[in-house]
Write a protein that binds this ligand. Sequence first.
Ligand SMILES: *[C@@H]1O[C@H](CO)[C@@H](O)[C@H](O)[C@H]1NC(C)=O
Ligand SMILES: *[C@@H]1O[C@H](CO)[C@@H](O)[C@H](O)[C@H]1NC(C)=O
Ligand SMILES: *[C@@H]1O[C@H](CO)[C@@H](O)[C@H](O)[C@H]1NC(C)=O
Ligand SMILES: [Ca+2]
Ligand SMILES: [Ca+2]
Length: 242
Amino acid sequence: MPGVSFIKILFLYPTLYYQNCMDAQSSDCFNNDWSNWVADCAGTLFKGRFSHSDQISLQFNNILGLKFSFSFMVGKFDSWDPGEDQLQVLVDDAVIDTFTYGPYYGTYMCFNSTYPEYFDSKSYVFNLPIGRKSLKLTLKGSFNEGVDNESWGAKKFTLEILEPCVEFYSDCNFQGDIWRICNGNQTSQVRNIPFEIKSILIVNGIQVKMRDPKYNGGQTQTYTSSQYCLSSYQFPKYNQNA
Ligand SMILES: *[C@@H]1O[C@H](CO)[C@@H](O)[C@H](O)[C@H]1NC(C)=O
Ligand SMILES: *[C@@H]1O[C@H](CO)[C@@H](O)[C@H](O)[C@H]1NC(C)=O
Ligand SMILES: *[C@@H]1O[C@H](CO)[C@@H](O)[C@H](O)[C@H]1NC(C)=O
Ligand SMILES: [Ca+2]
Ligand SMILES: [Ca+2]
């Protein structure tokens, strides 16, 4: 067996996968991620304001990992009543946190001058089942009065992949048999994958290097993004006895 074929995977972690509305006046606060509603509280832009049963979500597709970190900043605006008004954080429709604040919690900054505001940073680490390729994050409110009295907003959305994975497939478009490697069991060199590779799912921040004497004149290929269809790809050497 020729000894020069290899696959090398470089996991640069934590992998910053997504950010939105990070600064006080970031222009991407106005994009359609989460919501196209934008509120300005004393010079700081938030997605919002939301009240009653408003909820905002973002769906991520073709994302691969075992462990993630999601963070954002919540704006508590005006008169939240504990026990009555609350905000929930959901991952794929499962609640991972529920929180509230008192009506006089914070400092007077914007909107209804009778009640103060509070900006709070939230951060969550969670796992996804192996093989899951999508993720939906949701912020869901429950308030019994309108935005004139009590409301919320959110900004500084960040999603990091703490344990990313790469998946190799026997067919194009991420179909067929799967061979997966995650950074929890990172191997710098892999010599045998039990099928011919037709596509590779690679999230931002990961490098996959491959070389085989029969492919591309034996030159090392470096992939930094997903490969949807590698036709006539014969690498790595198909090992039927693996
Ligand atoms: C706001 O609060 C006031 C005073 O508690 C109440 O009378 C009013 O109905 C509330 N407005 C809404 C929209 O719930
Ligand atoms: C501020 O809140 C009070 C009490 O809930 C309400 O009566 C009033 O209408 C609100 N003011 C404005 C400007 O919305
Ligand atoms: C790495 O771990 C994943 C999940 O446990 C497993 O499917 C995969 O085969 C492992 N790869 C190697 C090279 O050990
Ligand atoms: Ca206020
Ligand atoms: Ca209330």
